[in-house]
Design a binder for this molecule. Sequence first.
Ligand code: AMP
Length: 425
Amino acid sequence: MLTTGPRGTKDILPDISYSWRYIENIIHELCQQAAYQEIRTPIFEHTELFLRGIGETTDIVEKEMYTFTDLGQRSLTLRPENTAAVVRSYLENKLYATLNPAKLYYIGPMFRYDRPQAGRYRQFHQFGVEAIGAKDPSIDAEIISLAIQFFQRLGLNDLTLQINSVGCPVCRPIYREKLQAFFKDKLPSLCKDCQSRYERNPMRLLDCKNEKCQELSQGAPHIIDCLCEECNDHFEKLQGFFKAANIDFIINKRLVRGLDYYTKTAFEIEYKPLGAQSAVCGGGRYDGLIEQCGGQATPAIGFAIGLERTFLALEKQNLLPPKDDSIKIFIAPIGEKAKEVAFRLVYELRSAHISAETDYLDRSIKAQMKSANRYQAEYVAIIGEDELLNNQVMLKNMKTSEQELVSIDDLKNKLVDKAGEKKND
Ligand code: AMP
């Protein structure tokens, strides 16, 4: 127990953490270039926020939340997603007063009591983007294109963008009735979940994973054929933007978001080689959510990308960059007095932003040279007895094997000069 992490969690070990930074750097750069600003919200929120902001009839709220009571008897929940928290923060901090639209992004861990398997964890990470305050389909197109550009920058191809419209409070009730009429006599044969969805959230009947339910839903009416004029126009315009920018997409009429505050655009990006957990990005418009959370009616749209799945896709296509944790110089002291000098040198070099490492285990010089190689050190500075007497180090270039005696006081400048020489080569 003490040596095993909780089920569904994963340590990000040193052999992979560098590639998390690689992905995070791409996210920050991309978002900065598209004028999105980072927001960091707490990992836990009042449970109530998620009940309202995700919806009480969703799988997440019904079955997957990590909810606990704190010592002050408040019900808190580890965030299962971050849109609701961003909206909470937007309202609490009155971001609408300065940012319009508020274009925000986040990277961070989310928590869901899911059934762990490849690509599905109980703690996982999402990169998400929210644009709050604009209703024009051009912002839908921008948001979706940002997700695509993120995957493009990573070098991932073979992605499929699926889009749909889930209507609005004007056209959806009519569609709901049609849908319920279609399923009415099939109700006894549907799974238990679908039977309860029938009344509360009938659109979710379309994305049940149960084979029997999928079969029974063949021929069900599609919302896209029941859109009101405004929703239809929005959806047409969105497609127009994609065509103008040569962004490929597929219309998936069964792509749904079941709750009333989801409106118009819904989309998903899939990377099929991942198999069962192939969705790498999901998102959509949520024009009713801000009001639902206590704000003024405000249109908004966003997406969330699963970073673990992105990693799996990158590994599959061999696209992770090689790890580079090489250092500039390894200081190899021999003897107690030399260790002090080594410490001083490492300290001074690091202060000058030069990567430096030394030995902490009283290793032999041979073993220290091995360490230096493992660190792919460009130089090794050996401090033996003779060198110590003369206030020098023996500086060895590990590539050329050239050696020279350098005064301890000059070492830093020497390395800086050498870096300059290299640049001018
Ligand atoms: P959602 O918030 O459910 O729309 O999910 C957005 C994205 O997060 C999905 O497309 C997945 O890539 C990722 N995701 C969702 N749930 C999990 C999970 N349990 N483990 C890993 N990734 C997940």
